[in-house]
Design a protein around this ligand. Sequence first.
Ligand SMILES: [Zn+2]
Length: 123
Amino acid sequence: MANTKLKKDDLKYFSNLINEKRKVLLSEINESKEKADEILKESTSNAIYSSHMADASSDHVELEKAYYMIARNKKFLGYLDKALVMIKDQTFGVCEECGKIISKARLEEVPHTRKCFDCKSNR
Ligand SMILES: [Zn+2]
């Protein structure tokens, strides 16, 4: 049971999948950063000429959203990095509780998981 691990092909498949997901996240983080910078630039220049509170607060909401997205995506990125380490260690995809192979569908959804669906839902 201790030797249970994913096949090399499967590990490769997931490492590709995770790397693709990382790329998407990184580009989304960049986009959010650019958006935040833009809002900051605009709102400082607007503030001089306009005293519209509505504009200022909608900028604020947009800015919060952008920062929220950055934080959220960075968290996901951390998960994906963990999953990549697990692939390297060949502990990826094996439930730490029962030692069984975790289903592909679950791994595609939550690549950093260390527990199979049954063990997770029995808690
Ligand atoms: Zn399990």
